[in-house]
Design a protein around this ligand. Structure first.
Ligand code: DGJ
Length: 358
């Protein structure tokens, strides 16, 4: 192609915002999901929602995660295990109707820099936020891992909002069932009951606690599962009336083989099924760590596995791995894809999906 001087000059004078976001052409804008690449929001900024989870509410997906911003540094108190950190800034939310174009809804829960004793002070830890909607109280309820810089306080924090996009009001934190609580997730069952699943007993054992009907407290009914199996990054989801589980081992920000399990009741017994990852990098969860699994609305047998590929010395540049999760005769599998589209999953029978889902 020949470029005339006039065209060249007008190109050079073009405001930066009009330039195509070079490499940053969003993974999603091309209609495909490209695990591990930089994913941009609808304004062209990298998506910042780590250790996150998904809520589908009234036709909209809400993606909540840790806002990782500012310098990554290694405190003396966590040096022994490479416990790099960024100071707490809050929890960010994005919304989307198509799982491809993500609108930044801002910090829906903000750090509290003015009170050094507050759980959300920048010097603390706020990780793995998850949100569910309570149909009885009409509140959006967020639970998260709250900790001190040295990860010794190990608490579960809770916040609520009237709208999915917040603002969330922080209510406080607890040590549930009289124990420590670190990595965590939420699971809402079809009958409206909600559970918090978390690492306890110094990460040795996973706990499953039934929440109260308002989802704001632990009911006192709980189970100790995967005793002494040392897991983090727990995920629970339901398919065909059974409960499915994913987790990682405990190696800080570094990857390790994923674990999976199945049970007929959330209380167990849980049967371990091994590492469900397949393809290049499967033995190290493709360089990532699980954070959530969710069903895609309007599609059959369609579940997306969400993971974080942490960059421990530059945590804000940690990337997202989303991969299709497929059920098999023995359990489920997550197979590596360089790039994939949502029409990987067939549309629900009897429903027409216009054009390509991407
Ligand atoms: C692994 C956990 O899964 C993360 O959420 C975070 O707590 C890191 N450890 C800290 O090293």
């Amino acid at each position: 192609m020949r470029t005339t001087p006039a065209i060249l000059v007008s190109w050079l004078l073009m405001p930066l915002t009009l330039l195509p976001a070079a490499e940053g052409k969003s993974a999603q804008s091309a209609g495909s999901i490209r695990p591990g690449e930089v994913w941009l929001d609808t304004t062209g900024r990298p998506i910042n929602a780590h250790g996150g989870g998904m809520l589908f509410h009234e036709g909209v997906y809400y993606w909540y995660g840790e806002n990782k911003e500012g310098r990554t540094w290694l405190p003396e108190s966590t040096r022994a295990w490479d416990g790099y950190r960024v100071d707490v800034t809050g929890v960010r939310c994005y919304s989307s109707k198509d799982l491809l174009n993500w609108k930044d809804e801002g910090l829906v829960l903000k750090a509290v820099p003015e009170d050094p004793n507050h759980d959300l002070h920048p010097a603390k830890v706020c990780e793995r936020p998850k949100v569910v909607f309570n149909p009885r109280t009409k509140k959006f309820v967020m639970w998260m891992h709250i900790d001190s810089e040295d990860y010794k306080s190990a608490r579960a924090g809770v916040a609520t909002a009237d709208r999915p996009t917040g603002p969330f009001l922080y209510l406080g934190s607890v040590r549930p069932e009289g124990q420590d609580s670190r990595d965590q997730t939420l699971f809402q069952d079809d009958d409206g009951k909600a559970y918090r699943i978390y690492s306890s007993e110094n990460n040795d054992t996973t706990y499953i606690s039934l929440l109260t009907d308002d989802y704001l407290r632990h009911s006192g009914t709980f189970a100790r599962v995967f005793v002494k199996r040392r897991m983090e990054a727990q995920v629970v989801f339901k398919h065909a009336g059974r409960y499915w589980f994913l987790a990682s081992g405990c190696t800080g920000w570094d990857p390790n083989p994923a674990r999976s399990a199945v049970a007929d009741s959330i209380w167990g017994p849980w049967t371990e099924l091994g590492n469900p990852c397949r393809g290049p990098g499967a033995e190290g969860t493709f360089g990532g760590q699980s954070t959530f699994v969710f069903p895609v609305a309007g599609r059959t047998e369609a579940f997306i596995f969400m993971a974080d590929r942490w960059n421990k010395t530059n945590l804000p540049d940690s990337r997202y791995l989303w991969l299709p999760l497929r059920f098999t005769e023995k359990g489920f599998e997550v197979t590596w894809q360089e790039a994939w589209r949502l029409d990987y999953f067939p549309p629900r029978t009897g429903q027409r999906v216009r054009g390509r889902a991407g």
